[in-house]
Design a protein around this ligand. Structure first.
Ligand code: FPP
Length: 259
């Protein structure tokens, strides 16, 4: 990050409360969509939309930190994005490299812990090393956790979890009867993260696109019409205000009205 994330010290940082004192979601996940459309609307190349997307990402990480959100998950490159033209893939990979090289020290200084979910095996060694370096450097930080979904697809993640469980069964450490939703959840890529309270998607598209499908079982879904490069603290606060108007019942009944 180009400047300090916040001047508020960790000791005084409000937990789960916005500037107006209301509750904020613990885990916010974002599908950062619309970079290409943002660029096209301005007659700019798609890469310019992605570059401005990184600027919006910095603003959003800072806002999430300041609002006292515990976990922010971002969909930065999907397992399906490899089908894009080679030149765009190169641009996205170099933006990721630059983001980690330029922003990691500031993220660390701001007590942000970086986690990465997704398949690492098929990634080039330099990208793997950078992702690992980000996780290693920030491992003991206990401020905002930034979960970067990179080369990520939810079906692939669920299949990975199933493979890990199957390997335990094959070794005789588990039996088929031990396989419950809770056990499978413990074999996902970041099993210690709480499920997202809210998933925000920008650009007006209304679908999950293979993002956190296991964890989204009871997430509130919020679709905002603006393209990702225009997202900022005000847009995040507006999405949180919408979240607070939702009634979460997790399949049960409203505790006060019984309906
Ligand atoms: C969707 O816009 C966005 C992406 C495919 C990637 C998101 C990437 C960034 C915000 C910048 C890179 C950040 C890191 C950390 C790698 P789109 O291209 O699908 O837009 P469109 O639907 O309008 O074409």
């Amino acid at each position: 990050m180009s400047d300090a994330i916040s001047s508020t010290s960790e000791a005084t940082r409000p937990q789960q409360a916005t500037s107006d004192g209301f509750e904020v979601p613990r885990h916010v996940a974002i599908i950062m969509d619309g970079n290409g459309r943002w660029a096209a609307a301005r007659g700019l190349p798609r890469v310019e939309g992605h570059r401005r997307g990184v600027v919006a990402l910095r603003k959003t990480v800072r806002a999430a930190h300041d609002l006292g959100i515990s976990v922010l998950t971002i969909f930065s490159f999907s397992a399906e994005n490899w089908s894009r033209p080679q030149s765009e893939i190169r641009d996205l990979l170099s933006l990721l490299r630059r983001f980690i090289r330029n922003d990691l020290a500031d993220l660390h200084k701001s007590n942000v812990r970086v986690r990465v979910i997704g398949e690492r095996e098929d990634l080039s060694p330099d990208i793997c090393d950078l992702l690992q370096e980000a996780e290693d450097l920030t491992r003991n930080n206990d401020g905002l956790t930034l979960v970067v979904a990179f080369n990520y697809g939810a079906r692939q993640e669920i299949a990975r979890a199933a493979r890990r469980v199957a390997a335990e069964v094959a070794k005789g450490r588990l039996s088929a009867d031990d396989v419950t939703p809770e056990l499978l959840a413990r074999h996902l890529d970041a099993p210690d993260m709480p499920d997202p309270d809210v998933i925000i998607r920008t650009s007006g598209e209304q679908r999950l696109s293979n993002f956190l499908m296991w964890q989204a079982a009871y997430s509130e879904l919020i679709f905002v019409p603006i393209n990702w490069p225009d997202f900022d603290q005000a847009a995040l606060e507006a999405a949180i205000a919408e979240y607070r108007r939702r009634e979460r019942r997790f399949g049960g009944l409203n505790a006060s009205t019984g309906s």
